[in-house]
Design a protein around this ligand. Structure first.
Ligand SMILES: C[S@@+](CC[C@H](N)C(=O)[O-])C[C@H]1O[C@@H](n2cnc3c(N)ncnc32)[C@H](O)[C@@H]1O
Length: 254
């Protein structure tokens, strides 16, 4: 591990807005942070709604949402500590008390929150996981996890560059009859007046600069017992062959 990363990890230990498990617990389902059910009183010290950004990377979007909505609390979640360091540091420097970061594998996300503790979820530019449906962050495997802690009818926002993931999400929503609030395959053409458009994630800026359109879906996750995984054949994204690593210039991996 590079010295730079070690320094960031050491510094992050002292950040009061970062919650992370010891390395040994990162791959387990244990909530070693002890925050499950206690985010409002122990972290934010208020009862404002809690919003998650899953796969937050450097946390620019989490921080930007927190600036825009001071009456909501935002938690950026990612497995890469050296990335979230940047967002956590910015939030501390700006005195943003409505921002926190949780370092974990999203597969274990339901261990860190109690039923109904979360109000909304943003999923921003996830890997479309074209080969593994159970790893898709908007797949039914993950939706089952989310409903354990997201309030009934809590909103899920997906932003993606991927036609594959967008088509899959459309089929999944239809198969499960979820209530869709917004669905567009070209966000910046259709929702021009929405204030949320004034902020973009890092990857979103990269994909936009390559001339790709951004797709956006907002739907309500009504709690249910049975989930239907759609059986659809979807054309794979071809442009992904250049690899996501080329999008980010600094090539951080931890
Ligand atoms: C393509 S980047 C997008 C980052 C940011 N949302 C953006 O739009 O700029 C995907 C992020 O998701 C994180 N990620 C992917 N799978 C994950 C998982 N299972 N658990 C935690 N983080 C994950 C990666 O570490 C990475 O930072």
């Amino acid at each position: 591990m590079s010295k730079n990363k070690l320094q960031k990890f050491a510094e992050m230990e002292s950040f009061r807005n970062v919650f992370q498990c010891a390395a040994a617990d990162l791959g387990t389902s244990r909530d070693a942070t002890g925050m499950c059910g206690h985010w409002s009183e122990r972290c934010f010290k208020n009862q404002h709604p809690i919003v998650l950004e899953l796969g937050c990377g450097r946390g620019e979007y989490t921080v930007a949402l927190a600036r825009m909505f001071p009456d909501r609390n935002f938690i950026g979640v990612d497995i890469k500590g050296a990335r979230m360091y940047h967002g956590a540091r910015t939030a501390l420097e700006e005195g943003l008390e409505n921002v926190a970061f949780l370092r974990t594998n999203i597969e274990f996300i339901d261990r860190f929150f109690a039923p109904d503790e979360v109000d909304e979820i943003w999923i921003t530019f996830p890997d479309p996981q074209m080969k593994k449906v159970t790893k898709r962050l908007v797949g039914t495997t993950f939706l089952q996890r989310y409903q354990r802690f997201l309030r009934d009818e809590g909103l899920i926002h997906l932003k993606t560059d991927s036609p594959f993931l967008y088509a899959y999400t459309e089929a999944m929503l239809q198969a499960n009859s979820y209530r869709v609030e917004v669905q567009t395959d070209d966000l910046y053409r259709t929702l021009q007046q929405d204030p949320i458009l004034s902020i973009q994630t890092y990857y979103e800026q990269q994909w936009l600069s390559r001339g790709l359109t951004i797709k956006y879906v907002r739907f309500a996750l009504a709690h249910r017992d049975h989930f239907v995984e759609p059986q659809v054949d979807i054309e794979r994204d071809t442009y992904r062959s250049y690899g996501r690593g080329h999008v980010r210039s600094d090539q951080e991996t931890a």
